[in-house]
Design a protein around this ligand. Structure first.
Ligand code: FMN
Length: 405
């Protein structure tokens, strides 16, 4: 986005410099300023990137860095976005488009749209109302919300603000007693689905975040235990960990976690179990074998490994491995309705978004999140109409072309 703006600015500057256009200078200057101006209200946004700019301006450097960071050289982060350009839409004409149905079914619940709000930790770092504002937006726009283990609001409060059950994302930690406590709390709060995140096992190296923390001159210890904040030291302050003994926790995901862990989890979680972070066909097949109910194809928004592989590229092979035996969500780099359309065509049942709704939250709270959802739903509707598809189930592989083949 920054590159696009810089290019636009350079083009406008060269136009302004042209002697031929000297008389038009004032008009063009006004246009140049307008093109560069940030939006000041949610309803001015033209696409989700309008919120990214405001979020960057409003958030302290370290908080924006936490949101923006990938790992190592951010290769996977960039690949996630660039990956969508490898696919083009193959559209059909002369279809009756008077009725478009965007609804999807996930474990017996029908959602108005296939757009899900991904678990994103510590949302009060982006807006004082954090996950509660997101829940209110999800409620008003009828979207599914997944709450992070490291949320800055508790599952009971977020469920209340959402006014309906939410899914709960689990970082089990390496202490089984803590896992059990988190799971029973999610169960008691009425969460119908537990989402086990498996893509951070082994740790991450968030270089962009490190640079952002260095640039931030504020005293972090006003809110955090230390500067730079140490994740595990912060745990006792997180609502889902209050009252739990976290002194023995050394990792959010046990280093020895394997498919047996899913069996163990099954014994304490009788409801639906989704695994988040699968990116290969083999693991998709293993998930089916181990009785998992659903998957999120995800590389954690480029925050896990720096494989340089786009999430949208992983989707097809995972879908082939699963072969319709369970629902598959996909996330990573989804910013436009056409991205959502491509993901659905390549085998996703639904899609999830992370950073875009947080840009909305950081910019204008609940209204910002609502507008992000409105924009993406509107863009998907347009993409579906333009492609000649009247329902989500009609969107299949025939509607996209892989430009590399
Ligand atoms: C700031 C931030 C915090 C995140 N926290 C969590 C988390 O607590 N649990 C989790 O499973 N995924 C977490 N994720 C990953 C998202 O759920 C999701 O996989 C990712 O953001 C999707 O990519 P996108 O941001 O490009 O849409 C986080 C992502 C970001 C950007």
């Amino acid at each position: 986005m920054t590159i696009r703006r810089q290019t636009r600015r350079r083009i406008l500057q060269s136009i302004l410099a042209s002697p031929l256009l000297a008389g038009l200078g004032t008009t063009i200057k006004a246009f140049a300023q307008d093109a560069d101006a940030s939006i000041t209200a949610a309803d001015q946004a033209l696409d989700v990137f309008d919120f990214e700019r405001v979020a960057r301006e409003r958030l302290p450097p370290a908080h924006f860095g936490y949101l923006a960071t990938g790992v190592d050289g951010d290769e996977t982060l960039h690949a996630n976005r660039a990956g969508f350009a490898n696919y083009s839409l193959r559209v059909r004409r002369m279809v009756d488009l008077s009725k478009i149905d965007m609804s999807v079914d996930l474990f017996g619940t029908t959602w108005d749209s296939p757009i899900v709000l991904d678990p994103v930790g510590s949302q009060r770092a982006f807006h004082p109302d954090g996950e509660l504002a997101v829940a209110r937006a999800a409620r008003s726009r009828k979207h599914l919300q997944i709450l992070s283990t490291v949320a800055s609001n508790a599952v009971e409060d977020v469920t209340k603000a959402r006014g309906a059950p939410i899914w709960y994302q689990l970082y089990p930690t390496d202490q089984w007693a803590v896992t059990q406590a988190l799971v029973s709390r999610a169960k008691a709060a009425g969460c119908p689905v537990l989402v086990l995140t498996v893509d951070l096992q082994g740790g991450t190296n968030r270089v962009t975040l490190g640079h952002a923390i260095r640039r931030d001159t504020r005293d972090c210890t006003a809110c955090h235990v230390s500067k730079p904040p140490q994740f595990l030291q912060e745990l006792p302050r997180k609502p889902m960990f209050r009252g739990l003994d976290t002194s023995a926790v050394t990792d959010m995901t046990p280093l020895d976690m394997n498919w047996d862990f899913v069996k163990r989890l099954r014994d304490i979680w009788p409801r639906k179990l989704v695994v988040k972070g699968i990116v290969t066909r083999e693991d998709g097949e293993l998930a089916v074998e181990h009785g998992v109910d659903g998957l999120v194809v995800s590389n954690h928004g480029g925050r896990g490994e720096d494989s340089g592989r786009a999430s949208i590229d992983s989707l097809q092979e995972v879908a082939a491995g699963v072969s319709g035996r369970m629902p598959i969500l996909v996330d990573g780099g989804i910013r436009r309705g056409s991205d959502i359309f491509k993901a659905l065509a390549l085998g996703a049942t639904a899609v999830a978004i992370g950073r875009p709704y947080i840009w909305g939250l950081a910019s204008f709270g609940q209204e910002g999140v609502e507008k992000v959802l409105d924009i993406l739903r509107g863009e998907l509707l347009t993409a579906m109409r333009q492609a000649g598809t009247r329902s989500i189930t009609e969107i299949d592989r025939s509607f996209v072309v892989d430009n590399r083949q």
